[in-house]
Design a protein around this ligand. Structure first.
Ligand SMILES: [Fe+2]
Length: 167
């Protein structure tokens, strides 16, 4: 049986390629790399040696709660920046939180309205002022659905140790 080994790239659908590309370059620090010569608007970005982000312009419908989660190396400065920009979205998954494994969890919208989860590694030194911010809330997000199906544990983590980027 085949097994998935890595996530190679994530493709986000955007309504305006140049505007979205500027956001991923300027706000999230990604480097543009060459894309294949497709006959539609697209841009590729290097995340690391194994992973890319692809943006492509189409008029598709977007998901309200579906998201990609990215780990950033400077969660503190990004939090204050996206707060200032007004792009934090607490509607799908609630406010900024610290997960039980210590990782921070923040949801923002890109210029094309794609939902991004911003994560910090569990051992990251969070600016204490963030815990006093109006966007911060303690504990896991509670949806009110009271439906506990799934595979769950108090020991869950987004970071298994090993090759995750530190700080
Ligand atoms: Fe997530």
């Amino acid at each position: 049986m085949a097994k998935i080994t890595t996530i190679n790239h994530v493709t986000l659908i955007v309504d305006q390629l140049e505007k979205a590309a500027e956001f991923y370059e300027q706000i999230l620090g990604l480097e543009v790399i060459p894309a294949f010569v497709f006959d539609y608007p697209t841009a590729f970005f290097r995340i690391n040696d194994q992973q890319q982000l692809h943006l492509t312009e189409w008029e598709d419908q977007q998901s309200f709660r579906g998201h990609i989660c990215v780990t950033v190396d400077d969660f503190n400065s990004l939090f204050w920046q996206v707060k200032e920009m007004g792009i934090i979205d607490i509607k799908p998954w609630g406010k900024l939180r610290q997960l039980p494994d210590g990782a921070m969890q923040l949801f923002i919208r890109d210029p094309a309205n794609n939902l991004l989860e911003i994560s910090s590694p569990p051992d990251y030194q969070v600016d204490p002022k963030i815990f006093e911010d109006e966007f911060y809330q303690e504990g896991l997000y509670v949806s009110g659905r009271n439906d506990f199906r799934g595979y769950k544990s108090e020991d869950a983590t987004l970071y298994h140790g090993g090759d995750e980027p530190k700080k």
